[in-house]
Design a protein around this ligand. Structure first.
Ligand code: COA
Length: 172
């Protein structure tokens, strides 16, 4: 995608099939809202030993993190009726192959929002960037994440000591 062609050089907003649920790029302007979201989700994010940096987040860390240039990576906030409720990333590991990571505010889990958001973003990435495959690593025991990926059409392709690698082949 040509960042320069989007307003203020930003990524385009990505709608989902759920009314009021959209993805907009996470930027330094989101620092306060993103810190508040992280702060109330420290336990939720750290149950399986993942998200080490996030669970120790400070306002200064969040400002610095969101101020870093994401380069070719896509860093989106999941927003419901304007409120930030989660995050999805696509990492340009080896384009057109991408890695992904995602999380939702604990109080919004169980409503299909992550499915709707991931499905919309991966579809958008296939169309806009020509992405052909998306990979995700899921720590053993993260049943909700594995169930989400299976719903999206991912399949397990490799098993490691601490995690399983899942792959989604995107249909052009
Ligand atoms: C992984 C995570 C994002 C999954 O969130 P989720 O809400 O379970 O995922 P989905 O959006 O697919 O929602 C599925 C749930 O919504 C329900 N649902 C309701 N309406 C739905 C719809 N229209 N479509 C799909 N699911 C729907 C499903 O029945 C399911 O509920 P259940 O698990 O109680 O049966 C969330 O658990 C999370 O943030 N975990 C912590 C961070 C994390 O582990 N990230 C991943 C690292 S690999």
């Amino acid at each position: 995608m040509d960042r320069a062609s989007t307003p203020q050089g930003r990524l385009p907003e990505v709608p989902t099939r759920v009314t009021g649920l959209v993805m907009r790029e996470l930027t330094p302007e989101d620092a306060d809202a993103y810190y508040a979201l992280l702060d109330r989700n420290r336990l939720h994010l750290s149950r399986l030993g993942d998200f080490r940096a996030e669970r120790e987040a400070t306002p200064a860390w969040v400002r610095e993190h969101l101020g870093e240039d994401p380069g070719p990576d896509l860093r989106y906030g999941i927003r419901l009726d304007g409120e930030l409720i989660g995050r999805i990333d696509l990492v340009a590991v080896d384009p057109p192959r991408y890695g992904t990571g995602y999380w939702l505010d604990e109080s919004h889990v169980g409503a299909g929002y992550a499915s709707a958001a991931c499905s919309a973003l991966y579809g958008h990435t296939a169309r806009a960037l020509g992405a052909t495959e998306v990979f995700a690593g899921v720590t053993h025991g993260n049943d909700r994440s594995a169930a989400l990926l299976r719903r999206l059409g991912f399949e397990p392709v490799a098993d490691f000591e601490h995690y399983t690698r899942f792959r989604l082949v995107l249909v052009p």
